[in-house]
Every structure is written in structure tokens, then in C-alpha cells.
Design a binder for this molecule. Structure first.
Ligand SMILES: NC(=O)c1ccc[n+]([C@@H]2O[C@H](COP(=O)([O-])OP(=O)(O)OC[C@H]3O[C@@H](n4cnc5c(N)ncnc54)[C@H](O)[C@@H]3O)[C@@H](O)[C@H]2O)c1
Length: 348
């Protein structure tokens, strides 16, 4: 069944879906928005335009909609779309809470339409490289993974700075960063979680968070995001007992680092360093560390849509299951609870 897509909300992400989904065989049937500026954009770019979601939903040529409106509207639009008999793809975060998601899922089930969420960052190559290290044991037994996203751009914009519209970085990026970790480690549970959440530059919404998750496989996961850390740390670090992997950025630059024979050849004597005498923390002798290239991974964000199409044709299972989305929203709620109480939360 070819997807005939209606895009509800023709802002930044609405335009992304319009531009990129045809590569996956999707027909962009129409778009809608409520602002004059976006109406002009749609006309200039040659899309069939509706000026309200209700009008778009009454178009019988559309079988699927993607919700690219601000977060607080996802539930309302999903319920309307399901009632109109359209399959629903919502942008992330799917909902503002687990309770909202449950309502959305129930409405889609009742209407007999497919419901999924555009968790596109499961197709990010930087994350898939770390996942490959995890899956293939490239670093031996991994003991820690750090997922960090730092920006110097500081201020967020428009609806993102207001709570009532679903603003803040936990909704915006936390949802991806948590989802990536849970996707990376299927079958693994979160034993406990501690989080710190701050508003550094903004009044209402969070723009910094640090989440520490102790996983049932023994790995400690650190997730950190800031809109105002000016010297970026690597996007990813994974360390195991056979090496360390650094993926510096979304460009997938980085290396695997291993200690040649250094473990056998540690100098027996105490070494004098600028930090004082030490064995463990002395500089590693020249040649003690060898570097390897990162493995290559192939991935394309529009494979999300190829999967939706295959689900609608009964050929594949959905790659983004609502049970997984629900789990991530539950973890986000635990993040807020831990930040509020200052206590670790025993989770799963
Ligand atoms: N998956 C990703 O990589 C990714 C990236 C960016 C944004 N997003 C998500 O996409 C969604 C939209 O974000 P954005 O950055 O495109 O925001 P945006 O502000 O650029 O666009 C939102 C659009 O929705 C329109 N809109 C508002 N109310 C409407 C209504 N009642 N009916 C129709 N249109 C309406 C606005 O006029 C605006 O054009 C958010 O949920 C966001 O979290 C996802």
C-alpha cells in the first residue's frame, strides 16, 4: 500500500518529511499549517495545502498522517486523525506523558489504524557504531557508555522555551538519547537511575540534564546534554576491558584505542609526574596505545518510512513499537522524579 501522506504542521520538521520521504516511495499528498508564512512556503514549494488539520483529515486521498506540530498538540491531532481513519505517525516525543500515550494508542486501536513514532535517531550512524561495538564485543566487556550532546548556541527558540507547549530539552532530545540506549541494549533493564535537570539560560524549561543509569548488564550509562557547554566533549565514549571507542560527533569521526602490550609492560617503579608520584596515572609510554579506525555502518533515516510501508502491507513488524515508546516516556518521568527529589529511582 503506497503511503499517501498528509503532513500536519509545515514548519522545520514538516518540511523535512515533505522533502525526504519521497525517497522511500512516499507520496506527499498534502500539507497543512495555520500560519500565513507557512501557507506561502507550501505554495512556493508546490504542495497541496490545507489551512487546518480538520480540512486535511477529510481528504480521502490521504491514508497516513505525520504530526509535525509542537509537542503539546500530538495527542489532540492523533485522536482526530484516528477518528478520521488515518494511520498515524507522530513526531517525537510521541506525547507529553505515558498517560497521554495510552489514550493515543487506545484511540488508534479502536479505529483500527497503525500508530508509530518517528524515532529517527535509531538510524543515526554515530549511535549505530557504538551499537556495533556493543553487539560484536569490539571492546570486550563494556563497563561504561557516555552519550553527550553539547552545544554553544545557548538559547532555544519559539515554542521550545515554554512548558505548556512541551518545550525543554528532555522532551526535545532526552527522548532520543534515552531511546538510543534502550534500543542498543535489547532485553537489558535499568536497575536504577539518577538525574539532574537544570534551567541554565532559560526561565521555564530545562536546557541541561545529566542522567546516570545503572543497567542490568553491568554497564553504567551517562547521558548529558547542555545548550551551553562551549568546548564540546565527544558525542560518544564507550569503554570496555579490551579498548575504548570515541565517536566525536555526528560526522562519525573518532577511533578505537587499545593498549598494545602495555598491560604486561607497566613500569614496576613509581613514576614522577606533574601530579606527583604515581603508577596508575603516569603518561602511557610512546607506542603503548594503538588506534584503529571505527567500523563503518550503513544507514538511512528514510528506512523508517520503508518500514512503515512494509508494516501497512503486512510484510514487516514495526521497528518503532509503542511499548518501546511508552518505556522511554516512563524513563523520562523517572528523570523528572529523580531531579525533583534528588534521589536515585529504582526503575525496572
Ligand atoms: N525527529 C526529529 O529529528 C525532529 C527534529 C525536529 C523536531 N521534531 C519534532 O517535530 C515537531 C515539530 O517541530 P518543529 O521543529 O518542526 O517545529 P516548528 O515550530 O518549526 O513547526 C511546527 C509547525 O506547526 C504549525 N502548527 C501549530 N499549530 C498547528 C495546528 N493547530 N495545525 C496545523 N499546524 C500547526 C506551526 O505553525 C509550525 O509551522 C515537534 O514535535 C518536534 O519535537 C523532530
Amino acid at each position: 500500500m503506497a503511503i499517501k501522506l498528509g503532513i500536519i504542521g509545515f514548519g522545520g520538521m514538516g518540511k523535512w518529511h515533505a522533502k525526504n520521504t519521497p525517497r522511500a516511495g512516499v507520496e506527499v499528498a498534502a500539507v497543512c499549517d495555520i500560519t500565513e508564512e507557512r501557507w506561502k512556503d507550501a505554495e512556493t514549494e508546490g504542495y497541496k495545502l490545507y489551512k487546518s488539520a480538520d480540512a486535511l483529515l477529510s481528504d480521502p486521498n490521504i491514508n497516513t498522517v505525520v504530526l509535525t506540530v509542537p509537542n503539546y498538540l500530538h495527542k489532540e491531532m492523533c485522536l482526530k486523525a484516528a477518528a478520521a481513519g488515518k494511520h498515524v505517525i507522530t513526531e517525537k516525543p510521541a506525547a507529553m506523558s505515558v498517560a497521554e500515550l495510552d489514550e493515543m494508542e487506545a484511540a488508534c486501536k479502536k479505529a483500527g489504524v497503525f500508530f508509530t513514532v518517528h524515532q529517527n535517531r535509531r538510524w543515526d550512524k554515530d549511535m549505530l557504531i557504538i551499537k556495533k561495538a556493543y553487539d560484536d564485543g569490539l571492546l570486550g566487556r563494556i563497563f561504561t557508555i557516555e552519550s553527550k550532546l553539547h552545544s554553544g548556541n545557548g538559547y532555544m527558540h519559539e515554542w521550545h522555551i515554554y512548558k505548556k507547549y512541551g518545550g525543554g530539552m528532555i522532551y526535545d532530545w532526552g527522548v532520543h538519547l534515552i531511546d538510543q540506549i534502550l534500543f542498543m541494549m535489547p532485553g537489558v533493564t535499568i536497575t536504577s537511575l539518577y538525574a539532574d535537570v537544570k534551567s541554565v539560560l532559560h526561565q521555564e524549561v530545562d536546557d541541561y540534564f545529566k542522567i546516570i543509569m545503572k543497567m542490568s548488564n553491568g554497564i553504567t550509562v551517562h547521558i548529558e546534554l547542555s545548550t551551553y557547554i562551549l568546548e564540546y566533549q565527544p558525542r560518544w565514549l564507550a569503554a570496555g576491558d579490551k579498548g575504548t571507542m570515541i565517536v566525536k560527533s555526528f560526522r562519525c569521526d573518532g577511533n578505537i584505542y587499545r593498549t598494545g602490550q602495555m598491560l604486561e609492560k607497566l613500569p614496576p617503579q613509581i613514576t614522577e609526574t606533574v601530579a606527583g608520584p604515581t603508577r596508575q596515572f603516569a603518561p602511557i609510554p610512546p607506542g603503548g596505545i594503538v588506534t584503529e579506525a571505527l567500523p563503518e555502518v550503513l544507514s538511512d533515516w528514510v528506512d523508517f518510512y520503508k518500514n512503515v510501508n512494509a508494516v501497512l502491507e503486512g510484510r514487516e513488524e514495526s521497528k518503532i513499537k509503542i511499548s518501546e515508546v511508552r518505556r522511554v516516556l516512563g524513563v523520562m518521568e523517572a528523570v523528572w522524579k529523580s531531579a525533583e527529589t534528588g534521589q536515585a529511582v529504582l526503575l525496572e
